[in-house]
Design a protein around this ligand. Structure first.
Ligand SMILES: NC(=O)c1ccc[n+]([C@@H]2O[C@H](COP(=O)([O-])OP(=O)(O)OC[C@H]3O[C@@H](n4cnc5c(N)ncnc54)[C@H](O)[C@@H]3O)[C@@H](O)[C@H]2O)c1
Length: 280
């Protein structure tokens, strides 16, 4: 294997799967995106095009399918990017390992311990976390999560591929939430509790962090971009693993129950017109 994955399969063509697919195709890999049905698969190319508008050659390297077995057996890398559900991820990763015999198997999970998912994988030495950030096209980081059974060679390959992707990589020892989500989600949850308690309006809380603490984006706006449902799933998992400080706030549960998931549904802590969604 070279420092360039020739073929990459991505399972799940949602927010992250499409962003990662665009990055892989733009850096020269052929890419297969696997989705649950034709309708979802049909939306993938358009979503990728929105993120990577000026690269027809990259789009030509991209195909979509509903059949995981379309993955070439010689694929170098398979990235799982389905919803943040440990059982679903375990099933998908087990199936991927059966199809791609030599590939590095990666999960884009935001929080679930690699060791837990590794139990579903036949060869845990070639399994690790490759955590990309949203929006992938504009994010400079990839968080590499090394499980207890991940081989050093797997980590080294991921580091070298990260350079090809022009992403800075950090390597984190496996633990729930890793380095990024553990800190970032905590800030987001506290910001939601502050809205709940009427401390300030969402826009003012975000402005406090942007201008006062020099964060590039406020925690509530970021929650809208990530998806409130995604954040809720992470908070539920982390509160079970790390304690009550990650307990999901009532307001987060209420918004998700009402279908207010953030940018993807047009409403979260902010209202997203399609123009604003494009501007991000
Ligand atoms: N949204 C973010 O900002 C963000 C950032 C970093 C990491 N993550 C992580 O990335 C993962 C995906 O998040 P997302 O926001 O892209 O979710 P999403 O809901 O936008 O996309 C998930 C996609 O997976 C598809 N899917 C479900 N089951 C499948 C299966 N069996 N086979 C193929 N496709 C299947 C769904 O149809 C959907 O399109 C989660 O683990 C999440 O925690 C998300």
């Amino acid at each position: 294997m070279t420092n360039h994955p020739r073929h990459v399969t991505i399972i799940g063509g949602g927010t992250m799967g499409c962003g990662i697919a665009g990055l892989m195709a733009a850096t020269g890999s052929t890419v297969t995106v696997v989705e649950v049905d034709q309708a979802a698969a049909g939306r993938v190319a358009e979503r990728v095009r929105r993120e990577w508008p000026d690269d027809p050659a990259a789009l030509a390297r991209l195909e979509t399918t509903t059949n995981l077995s379309r993955t070439p057996p010689e694929a170098d890398l398979v990235i799982e990017a389905v919803a943040e559900d440990a059982k679903l991820k375990a099933d998908v990763l087990a199936a991927a390992g059966r199809v791609a015999h030599h590939a590095i198997l990666a999960t884009n999970t935001s929080s679930i311990a690699i060791g837990r998912l590794a139990q579903a994988v036949h060869d845990p030495d070639r399994f690790l976390g490759l955590h990309f950030f949203n929006p992938v096209a504009k994010s400079a980081l990839v968080e590499i999560v090394a499980g207890e059974r991940t081989a050093p060679r797997t980590v080294e390959l991921a580091k070298s591929w990260s350079e090809t992707w022009q992403r800075h990589s950090i390597v984190v020892r496996d633990s729930p939430g890793f380095a990024t989500s553990r800190l970032g989600v905590l800030l987001g949850l506290e910001a939601i509790r502050m809205v709940e308690e009427g401390v300030a309006e969402p826009h003012d809380i975000d402005t406090a962090m942007v201008l006062g603490y020099r964060h590039p984006i406020g925690p509530l706006r970021l929650t809208d971009l990530v998806g409130l449902d995604v954040r809720l799933a992470i908070a539920e998992y982390l509160s079970g693993e790390l304690g009550d400080r990650f307990a999901p706030p009532r307001l987060l549960r209420e918004k998700v129950a009402a279908g207010l998931m953030g940018r993807k549904t047009g409403q979260g802590f902010y209202t997203w017109t399609s123009r604003a969604a494009e501007e991000r």
